[in-house]
Design a protein around this ligand. Sequence first.
Ligand code: FE2
Ligand code: FE2
Length: 406
Amino acid sequence: MDERKRILFVEDDPILLELLEATLADMASEWDMGFVSNAEAALEAFAVRPYDIVVADLWMPGMDGAQLLQKILVRYPATVRFVLSGCDDRKLAASVVDRAHQFLSKPCDPAFLKSVLRRTFVLGSEVHSNHAKELVARIGRLPSVPDIYHQINRLMGSERATLDDLGAAIGKDMAMTAMILKLANSAFFSLRQTVSTPGEAVSILGIDLLKSLVLAHGLFSQAGGFRFPTFSLAHLWRHSVAVAAGTKQIAESQGLGRSAAAEYFTAGLLHDVGILVLASRFPDEYAKVIETSRRTGTDLETAEFHVLGSTHGEVGGYLLGLWGLPPAVVQAASLHHQPSRQGEAVFSPTVAVHIADALLSQDPEHEIFSTATLDERYLATLGLTSRIPAWRANLSIDLAGMGELF
Ligand SMILES: [Fe+2]
Ligand SMILES: [Fe+2]
């Protein structure tokens, strides 16, 4: 039987379709690729045998890409759904955002397209993510990556964009702007100057850091305010921000510069995105997770595995991978409770998030979400033992007022 991974491309422009076929021809030994020119033909191809990935254009005569992805979502939830969209598809793109795992913009660089598809297959083939995949498939409509995040990415890719353009893109969303200004002026960043516009925030904090705040805030805003006896959405937000700050502090104490530390911050901010998704999409089951964790004295991941068959680490890592976050950020979400499972034994965002998460667990505010124990044995193999007392002493994070945002 043909074991190759299957990808279907749906594009009504015959020249683009031919171009895709030609540029990807060298992948034919690894991938079984189909190329069709409309949504109806795509569904017929799926009916013969479902595909692992579908890459669909948005504007198509007859059934458009949004309708096609909706049908695929319902009938074949395990398929990973990509949208290939042009710049003028903004409105349509916004309507489909919760049905697609990732957006690729046209024209798509062939090397980039290949790397995205390859990464998706790697994500899907990891044994431990099988349960996570099933669980994500059950979610159906995914929380979507906010439109401003895509806009910032586009602006960062354009040579003409200025800091003001980036600030203006953020400034269009008032709730987002309020969160950023509040955070920038809180004790949290201990900046010496007052930040009064998103443009200033970009220049002072750096765009990479702001980009991750935009993404996290967008994801949290869609979660619909859940509340369990032991935690609420606001509580999880405070925990995520605290771990982000702690992870960044640890990275800086290891001598990392601003841009590397920003990636650590992102990893910390998104490390428990799996809890966000599971708690908001499966509230009844998640209430059981919390109850099991309290009754048996086990941590959340153990209780999640028992009740849901997967963990927030697996689900979070899988989703962040599908959304195209950097591999180090994906790994930190997947493995922050078991850092020793990372491949190479080095200091990494996974290790730093684990440390921040575990050290914060002594604070009752963070206890419920945190890694129960610090893996001191693994830290010893990384030569980090002598650093622990200083991290423990210095990890103080002042988040007064941050929870009111949700
Ligand atoms: Fe966690
Ligand atoms: Fe955590």
